[in-house]
Design a protein around this ligand. Structure first.
Ligand SMILES: NC(=O)c1ccc[n+]([C@@H]2O[C@H](COP(=O)([O-])OP(=O)(O)OC[C@H]3O[C@@H](n4cnc5c(N)ncnc54)[C@H](OP(=O)(O)O)[C@@H]3O)[C@@H](O)[C@H]2O)c1
Length: 219
């Protein structure tokens, strides 16, 4: 199993990479600058000498050579990141973890997205991709603490059921994650929006909370 991470040098990208590497998943860590991707990959290799998975540092286009590609970049600047990737992700499974977050004096809030959700905006810009969305509320700080299993739900959204199942399988490789198909791609919007609430709660209570839906036994 191999996953590519666009924006793999960042907080979420590195956090997911750590967890997947220890679980035996290979990672292509992408960056706008391949040398930054390589530096991040070197750091992960040094930090996780016994990891069962292999990590390589590449540019964002190189990350798209994996069968599953996670978008882990800020909403701001997303269009510029996606434009050169469109031909490379034809037929590949792409997962948007992007939240339309912005911050002002009152804290986090959501930017309006004309397409309805960031996931739908990505689908419009990557028309050949098998678009899905997941990981919106998984804390990068919690991902970093490898000695503590996550206690997080990772609902996966998408209109391609095979792609959604593949992403849920990949998410479930992370210790403590409960991932499952959750609904159509457009339903990513409420989850993208919930992240601002989670950040506000974390700030107020000095916590790193995650999402857990009660009384669910996934089928
Ligand atoms: N952090 C979390 O806990 C978390 C959890 C769930 C979801 N998310 C979502 O995941 C995405 C990434 O979050 P993050 O905290 O990992 O972000 P981040 O660390 O600020 O950025 C991730 C990477 O994106 C690239 N990048 C930064 N600014 C950019 C820009 N203006 N245009 C293009 N590329 C840029 C950088 O890589 P290079 O400079 O190497 O290209 C950076 O290392 C966001 O949309 C966020 O809402 C984050």
């Amino acid at each position: 199993m191999e996953v590519g991470i666009v924006g793999g040098t960042g907080a979420l990208g590195r956090g997911l990479a750590r967890r997947w590497l220890v679980a035996g998943v290979d990672v292509r860590l992408g960056s706008r600058d391949a040398s930054r991707g390589q530096a991040a990959a070197d750091e992960l290799r040094a930090e996780l000498p016994d990891a069962a998975g292999q990590v390589v540092g590449v540019d964002n286009l190189g990350a798209c050579e994996a069968p599953v590609v996670v978008l882990a970049v800020p909403y701001e600047g997303l269009d510029a990141v996606l434009e050169p990737l469109a031909p490379a992700v034809e037929g590949r499974i792409v997962v948007s973890a992007v939240n339309p977050l912005a911050f002002d004096a009152h804290g986090p809030y959501n930017e309006p997205v004309a397409e309805g959700s960031v996931a739908q905006a990505c689908a419009a810009r990557l028309p050949g991709a098998r678009m899905t969305a997941a990981f919106h509320s998984v804390s990068s700080t919690a991902l970093k603490r490898l000695d503590t299993p996550l206690e997080d739900d990772v609902p996966v959204f998408g209109d391609d059921t095979e792609a959604v199942d593949a992403v849920a399988t990949l998410a479930n490789r992370i210790d403590g994650v409960r991932s499952y198909p959750a609904g159509a791609l457009r339903l990513a919007a409420p989850l993208e929006g919930l992240t601002a609430v989670i950040i506000a709660v974390n700030k107020r209570h000095k916590a790193h909370v995650g999402l857990r839906l009660s009384r669910l036994t996934p089928r």
